[in-house]
Design a protein around this ligand. Structure first.
Ligand SMILES: *[C@@H]1O[C@H](CO)[C@@H](O)[C@H](O)[C@H]1NC(C)=O
Ligand SMILES: *[C@@H]1O[C@H](CO)[C@@H](O)[C@H](O)[C@H]1NC(C)=O
Ligand SMILES: [Ca+2]
Length: 271
């Protein structure tokens, strides 16, 4: 634009040059000879002509600039009008657009959930097998308050049960708090008369119950009316029956020590 403007400007100057020079043609021709004779005679009219030309050119330049900026303004106004129409479509168009966007959004969301599922499956497949939380107890032994407890699957006499526990670094369970009693009881399966030896007996002195570590029993979690020494019953067991009203803290009985029952071992947890 500026280039063409410049060229037009130049052409105009050239035209003006030619035209105006026709005017002073006469004086020029008059002085033509004197030009040949000396420059001094020629200077005054040339100054006048070039001054006049410069003035005209300036006016033309201003006119050109003004018209140019005007037409420029016009075209930009048209452009902005078109842009306005473009950026302000009618409500119908907007609504249709919105519906399309919503549809696209729904499809994208579906895709995202599908991909999320795929990622989860891939992660599950590639993740190493979950490391079992390191228990301070050996397999089949359950941890509670610094101790590990083992519920046997086979049956033995009370003495043989204690021997088994000792061979495994422990003893028949010594149960001192309702929490401990409840924890152990919760490990037991229900059954018609599911009975388990634990670490108490009055073999030495009748009705003088002692734990396997030699300490004297204080309190205990006996069923009502127990221990009753019904058939020379010198060893303690606890039961968990199908009767749901039975509770952990009233579950102890006494029984003949030679009976074969499953048992409960306890040992210190490896710290
Ligand atoms: C509004 O937009 C819709 C959809 O683009 C078009 O069909 C309709 O002619 C437009 N109406 C006006 C008044 O511009
Ligand atoms: C946990 O063990 C400590 C130490 O043997 C004992 O003093 C405490 O009573 C036990 N707590 C429960 C809730 O059994
Ligand atoms: Ca007894």
């Amino acid at each position: 634009m500026s280039e063409s403007r410049g060229s037009i400007h130049c052409n105009l100057i050239e035209e003006q040059d030619e035209g105006d020079c026709r005017g002073p043609d006469v004086p020029y021709t008059v002085f033509k000879d004197s030009v040949k004779r000396g420059k001094g005679l020629c200077q005054e009219p040339f100054k006048l002509v070039s001054g006049c030309l410069a003035g005209i050119c300036l006016v033309l330049l201003i006119v050109l600039l003004v018209t140019n900026t005007h037409t420029g303004k016009g075209s930009s106004a048209q452009q902005s009008e078109a842009e306005m129409q473009k950026s302000c479509p009618n409500v119908t168009a907007l609504t249709i657009d919105l519906q399309m966007q919503m549809k696209a959004k729904g499809e994208l969301e579906k895709e995202v959930s599908v991909l999320k599922g795929r990622i989860a499956r891939l992660e599950a497949a590639s993740a190493p097998a979950p490391v079992p939380t390191k228990s301070p107890c050996a397999e089949d032994w359950k941890f509670f308050n610094g101790s590990c407890y083992f519920i046997s699957g086979s049956r033995r006499s009370w003495d043989d049960s204690e021997e088994y526990c000792q061979n495994n670094g422990g003893h028949l369970a010594i149960i001192l708090t309702p929490e401990e009693q409840t924890f152990i009881w919760d490990l037991l399966p229900r059954g018609h008369w599911n009975a388990y030896w634990f670490g108490i007996s009055d073999e030495k002195v009748e009705e003088d119950w002692h734990w396997v570590d030699g300490t004297k029993l204080v309190g205990g979690f006996w069923e009502e009316g127990e221990p009753n020494n019904h058939f020379n019953e010198d060893c303690g067991y606890m039961i968990k029956t199908d009767v749901l009203t039975r509770v952990a803290i009233k579950s102890w009985y006494d029984a003949p020590c030679h009976m074969y029952l499953p048992w409960i071992c306890e040992k210190l947890a490896s710290s």
